[in-house]
Design a binder for this molecule. Structure first.
Ligand code: 5AD
Ligand code: SF4
Length: 470
């Protein structure tokens, strides 16, 4: 999955000094986001920090004085995309230099963290390499890089980052729309043997209830209606509560449900081992918590789950799903799957197909295993051949697509609630999301943007629903 985020301009809430505004007001920043939702969130925070420093966001790379690539290292393909983009940026920078214009280039995100100084060696066009834990220091780092020296900053201090992250202005939040991400937890201590996250994002750190509720209130005050809590392992969140005790995600959701103006809550991504009773109870008791759960299992084979260090069996996963469905009957399941992990036999793959058949997914992401440098999986000997991975992936994706299509079709004729979050592609249409995260297209007046409405689903496709207002 890939989210491309091209920021619209946002105004600064901190007045630049007269001296600064004279030199900085016209500078423009272009941010391109790769990878997961946390990168989308981080890109917005970088934009906020820079608008506070006198930059204006642009969605045209050619007019930018500063280009930031917020990168993803999760699979080899994702990381390689960055280098081809840097090739194009080098040409653009040379063109601009001919017109006497400068352009700074920064690589941020997980490739920055994993490869550090290697990036500016391989791509000398890069002025600044900045890892995910140093975004609050971006203006200062850019200053250091502006005299032509290469700057590489990959320090690890997540707690400091959260304390100092720039807050968006009301204006900026409004421009971003009525749904928002909110990072509550970052990093991971699970060390699944295929995954780079514990190395690129570091150990698990949770923000406090006070910080999270404060951010949710600010978002709601600026018109946000739906908040999606983010974390690499969001259900492992355990932050300090106002009573000094350590709270879990279930408790946090009950607290956020009280924030005025918020009408929908979601959270992603979760690990099966951290689905505790309080979180399952939140799904039972909180109407505002949407009945959709992204709970990656990766494989349906016990041997592969063990080799992946997932620390649970397929039966434990089935029992967990039963408990969740008992609490919230209409919950839609989503997940991630990897095919071709080292040592995966045909039978292991059959077990994955069987698990998918038994659970029934409303949507899911699936990938070929990609050996990542520095992870234990990459050192395993029995790597699976590329052609076998491809065959298994198409078979799995065909089944998942069929399940998604059937799930969408099952809603036709039903009345459901939609939150309108975008203007539709066609004139007179609005686009919203169902409780189960499907895009829903409806002929509706523009005034309903940002509102909830009841609609009747009239038809479905593989990826979306069509509905009419009732
Ligand atoms: N190869 C393939 N897929 C991977 N993922 C994580 N690491 C790898 C890898 N090395 C997938 C997992 C994870 C999702 C975000 O990306 O399915 O849940
Ligand atoms: Fe990576 Fe998720 Fe496993 Fe953590 S729990 S190591 S983020 S796959």
């Amino acid at each position: 999955m890939e989210h491309l985020n091209q920021e619209k301009s946002a105004e600064a809430d901190v007045q630049a000094t007269p001296e600064a505004s004279a030199t900085k007001a016209s500078r423009k920043v272009f941010v391109k986001t790769y990878g997961c939702q946390m990168n989308v969130y981080d890109s917005d925070r970088m934009t906020d920090a820079l608008t506070n420093d006198g930059y204006e966001a642009t969605d045209a790379m050619e007019e930018a004085d500063l280009v930031i690539l917020n990168t993803c290292h999760i699979r080899e393909k994702a990381a390689e995309k960055v280098y081809s983009e840097l090739g194009r940026i080098r040409k653009l920078k040379e063109e601009k230099a001919k017109d006497g214009k400068q352009m700074m280039v920064s690589v941020a995100g997980c490739v920055a963290q994993a490869e550090g100084a290697e990036i500016s060696r391989r791509a000398p066009v890069v002025d600044l390499v900045v890892g995910p834990q140093s975004y609050h220091r971006l203006p200062e780092l850019l200053n250091r890089a502006s005299n032509g020296s290469k700057v590489v900053e990959t320090e690890f201090d997540i707690e400091e980052k959260f304390e100092h992250l720039a807050k968006p202005t009301k204006e900026a939040v409004r421009k971003r729309g009525v749904t928002s991400f909110l990072t509550v937890q970052e990093g991971c201590d699970k060390f699944c043997t295929f995954c780079v996250v514990p190395y690129t994002r570091g150990a698990e750190v949770s923000r406090s209830v006070e910080q999270i509720v404060g951010e949710a209130r600010r978002l709601a005050g600026a018109g946000v209606r739906e908040v999606t809590l983010l974390g690499q392992n969001v259900n492992a969140w355990h932050g300090e509560g106002p009573d000094g005790r350590e709270w879990g995600l279930g408790e946090l959701l009950f607290e956020l449900a009280k924030v005025d103006g918020i009408t929908r809550l979601r959270y992603t991504t979760s690990h099966p081992r951290d689905m505790d009773d309080a979180l399952i109870a939140a799904h039972r008791d909180l109407d505002i918590l949407m009945p959709y759960l992204h709970l990656p299992v990766q494989s349906g084979s016990d041997a592969i789950l063990k080799a992946m260090n997932r620390k649970h069996t397929r039966d434990e996963y089935f029992r967990l799903i039963d408990r969740i469905r008992e609490a919230r009957e209409d919950i839609a399941m989503s997940g991630d799957f990897i095919v071709g992990f080292p040592g995966e036999t045909d039978q292991d793959f059959r077990d994955t197909m069987d698990l998918v058949e038994r659970v029934g997914y409303a949507s899911a992401f699936s990938f070929k295993y990609s050996p990542r440098p520095g992870t234990p999986g990459a050192l395993l000997e029995e790597q699976v051949e590329e052609s076998v991975k491809s065959e298994r992936l198409s078979e799995l994706q065909a089944l998942l697509a069929q399940q998604q299509q059937a799930f969408n079709a099952s809603l036709v004729g039903q009345n459901i609630e939609v939150l309108f979050e975008k203007m539709g592609r066609r004139e007179g249409q609005l686009a919203g999301r169902s409780p189960w995260l499907q895009p829903v297209h409806v002929n509706a007046p523009a005034e309903l943007y940002g509102e909830m409405a009841t609609v009747e689903i009239v038809s479905s496709t593989a990826n979306s629903l069509e509905a009419r207002l009732i």
